[in-house]
Design a binder for this molecule. Structure first.
Ligand code: ATP
Ligand code: MG
Ligand code: FE
Length: 366
């Protein structure tokens, strides 16, 4: 089926068009620059940007895919979780499009969409005329079908979640998630402490190259034996962020220079260590030899490196979709919509609304 997907849960206005598992276009407009002066995503600013970008983005995605709106079989849209006002713009646009075109609509879960990104592949013919939105990087994970069950680790500015995916369209279980800050949020906050600009993730990655990851032993949240009983698959990054801030302040108060590269490398190491320790534990505990990574923090060089090392050592197959499909995008939403259609699921009724706290087990709105 030919599906147009709309994503607007955070600061990306993403419109993607897929035919089954084939990616036809993936237009992404981010309002990230507008949030830079605040050091984090401002919900009202994000919602307003979605309003401005929505129609031009739909037009661009349709033109790039070389289709007509009338050819679509369905519209898919993220209905949660995410920022309420931001989600509402996408939901409103999707409903308007579905009603105007007389097409069915599938309202889907953003986090499950991140897993769906893994299924997509680019048609070979596209290599002849490469365009900016074509996924960069190594061969797509989606060239081999996704096998079930799989463990998925999703890490972004708004989420840090471990999922057990038994079936993308019918059985996704939340094993654990952050109890405070998301990993990307921690990168952004620590970057601020170090005087680095927003978004902090790429900046920390850059300066950490010259640092010693063992210079400072920062805490690994929720990994003490007493925490592991109740929070085996949960994450906590707020204590780590505070530990870094205290460490830096102590140096500044003593009039000493702050070794930014060492702090960045040691902080990054703590985040990566705890993320992968818990992800690999989840694979072991559930006897699942497959791990899928998703979300914007997957851009982190050290995370990719350690993920490769630890999964190789544990005999776990590692899948990382190209970065343009890891950060928020509409193509992954369209891909999930197409999977629902192919599995024979009925469309959502137009009654659904945006749900900022939508649980991951609710894959599609009824
Ligand atoms: P959502 O949580 O809804 O998926 P988001 O917009 O917060 O949305 P993304 O756009 O997927 O998330 O990712 C942005 C986050 O990823 C930011 O917090 C940014 O600092 C972080 N990030 C980007 N590159 C890196 C990197 N190289 N290392 C670590 N973090 C990174
Ligand atoms: Mg973003
Ligand atoms: Fe996301």
């Amino acid at each position: 089926p030919l599906v147009l997907g709309i994503e607007s849960s955070c600061d990306e206005t993403g419109i993607g068009i897929v035919r089954g598992t084939t990616l036809l276009s993936n237009t992404i407009a981010s309002s990230m620059d507008q949030h830079a002066r605040y050091g984090g995503v401002v919900p009202e600013v994000a919602a307003r940007a979605h309003l401005e970008e929505m129609i031009p983005s739909i037009e661009a995605a349709v033109a790039e895919a070389g289709i007509r709106l009338a050819d679509l079989d369905a519209i898919a849209v993220t209905n949660g979780p995410g920022l309420a006002g931001a989600l509402m713009v996408g939901v409103g646009a999707a409903k308007a499009l579905a009603v105007a075109l007389g097409k069915p609509i599938y309202a889907v879960n953003h986090l499950v969409g991140h897993v769906g990104a893994d299924l997509l592949h680019v048609p070979a013919a596209d290599a002849a005329h490469p365009d900016q939105s074509a996924p960069a990087g190594p061969a797509l994970a989606g060239s081999e079908p996704l096998e079930y069950p799989t463990i998925a680790l999703l890490v972004s500015g708004g989420h840090t979640s471990l999922l057990l995916v038994r079936d993308l369209v019918s059985d996704v279980e939340l094993l654990g998630e952050t109890i405070d800050d998301a990993a990307g949020e921690a990168f952004d906050k620590v970057a601020r402490v170090l005087g680095l600009p927003y978004p902090g993730g790429p900046q920390i990655d850059r300066v950490a190259v010259d640092g010693n990851p063992k210079a400072i032993r920062f805490p690994r949240g929720l990994s003490l034996p007493k925490d592991m009983a109740k929070h085996r698959y949960d994450f906590s990054f707020s204590g780590l962020k505070t530990a870094v801030a205290r460490w830096v302040e102590a140096r500044q108060d003593a009039g000493e220079e702050v070794p930014i590269a060492d702090v960045a490398a040691s902080f990054r190491e703590a985040v990566v260590d705890v993320l992968l320790t818990k992800a690999v534990a989840a694979c072991h505990d559930h006897d699942v030899p497959r791990l899928l990574l998703g979300g914007g923090v997957i851009a982190n060089a050290r995370l990719r490196e350690v993920a490769k090392q630890r999964t190789d050592a544990a005999g776990i197959a590692l899948r990382i979709p190209p970065l343009s499909l890891c950060t928020d995008n509409g193509a992954m939403i369209a891909a999930l919509g197409a999977q629902l259609i192919m599995a024979g699921h009925a469309p959502s009724s137009l009654e659904f609304g945006a749900d900022s706290t939508l649980p991951v087990s609710e894959i599609q709105a009824s």
